[in-house]
Design a protein around this ligand. Structure first.
Ligand code: NAI
Length: 305
């Protein structure tokens, strides 16, 4: 079986790879055989400042381990600089096969107290950064008939978290992008998936937990999922993989069986009210009929039958 999890001959860009999760992703992709662009503008957790040392250090680590890597210090947060990130892969290694959109910042504050300027800056890095980098790589990947794009979402987006309305909405927004791009890229072997990680990094702080548990939340435990999603072995698209402390799962949303009223007659608020418990009953949701083949489609099918 020559379809492998190895990445020999592949070229990867990891954004925000100067620390935390991105650093571990870059190290593992390189270990698996990929040539890696280590992108990081080297700012603070809040997205202030910049320093080339962060990316340089990780490049040195990869080289010391016998791998191949180049640094890039551009920000993901403008279209022009994101294009330069992807161009640096093409310039250094001739192509781009793998894009891990990982760069991120935090501006946590409850919605009532938050400044919408923070909202737009968080969106600029997480959401637009993902759009810009993916857009710059997209046509190249589709033309060469190989591409693996990995987004980094968060439980703050998929389930919500106090004080993270800006971050959570950017993280959920990218899932809509993932779902649509997965459909557009599939025919060209360009697969678009997401990880929803959990790890102790400078972004999370140490969360006040004891040292032995801290070790279990090593960001290195997330990276095997990323390396697999980057490989030829990956045959899924539009899939969200949760990864934390050595635990992995798949996260998805499903529609309930719901109700079907007769649409040739008026449909009233009372009718909806009387059936709401049934509409809302998640125990009737069926994982085998997700997405565009979901329950809405099933109900439409019963009408047209
Ligand atoms: P981190 O702060 O250690 O790493 C983020 C990196 O992104 C930093 O090195 C930073 O310099 C870089 N960066 C920030 N803005 C950038 C820009 N405009 N252009 C290029 N690079 C930029 O944090 P961590 O935890 O490793 O976060 C990585 C990703 O994982 C982020 O997208 C974060 O939102 C996500 N995440 C992390 C979780 C965790 O438990 N640590 C949970 C859920 C999501």
């Amino acid at each position: 079986n020559d379809v492998t999890t190895r990445l020999d001959g592949k070229v990867a860009v990891v954004t925000g790879a100067g620390s935390g999760l991105g650093r571990q992703h870059a190290l593992l992709l390189a270990k698996q055989g990929a040539k890696v662009v280590v992108n990081d503008l080297g700012g603070s957790v809040n997205g202030v400042g910049g320093d080339s040392a962060a990316a340089d250090k990780v490049v040195a680590e990869i080289k010391a381990a016998g791998g191949d890597a180049v640094p890039n210090y551009e920000s993901v947060a403008t279209q022009e600089s994101a294009e330069k990130i992807i161009k640096s892969a093409v310039d250094a290694f001739g192509k781009i096969d793998i894009l891990v959109n990982n760069a991120g910042i935090l501006r946590d504050k409850s919605f009532g107290k938050s400044d919408l300027k923070d909202f737009s800056e968080v969106f600029q890095v997480h959401y637009w950064g993902t759009v810009y980098c993916t857009k710059a790589a997209w046509n190249l990947m589709n033309e060469q008939k190989y591409g693996r794009v990995i987004f980094t979402t968060s439980i703050a987006g998929t389930s919500g978290n106090f004080g993270q309305s800006n971050y959570g909405s950017a993280k959920a927004g990218m899932l809509g992008l993932m779902n649509c791009l997965a459909i557009e890229g599939r025919k060209n072997n360009v697969l678009v998936n997401a990880i929803s990680p959990g790890a102790l990094t400078r972004m999370t702080g140490n969360l006040g937990i004891d040292e032995s548990f801290m070790k279990k939340l090593d960001p290195a435990f997330v990276s095997p999922a990323v390396a697999w999603l980057a490989s030829e072995r990956c045959d899924v698209t539009a899939t969200i993989i949760t990864a934390a402390a050595g635990g992995f799962g798949r996260l998805h949303y499903f529609e309930t069986k719901g109700v079907q009223f007769d649409p040739s007659k008026p449909i009233t608020v009372d009718m909806f009210d009387q059936q709401f418990d049934k509409i809302n009953d998640l125990s009737t949701a069926d994982p085998s009929t997700a997405g565009t083949e979901g329950k809405t489609q099933e109900r439409l099918d019963t009408l047209s039958a």
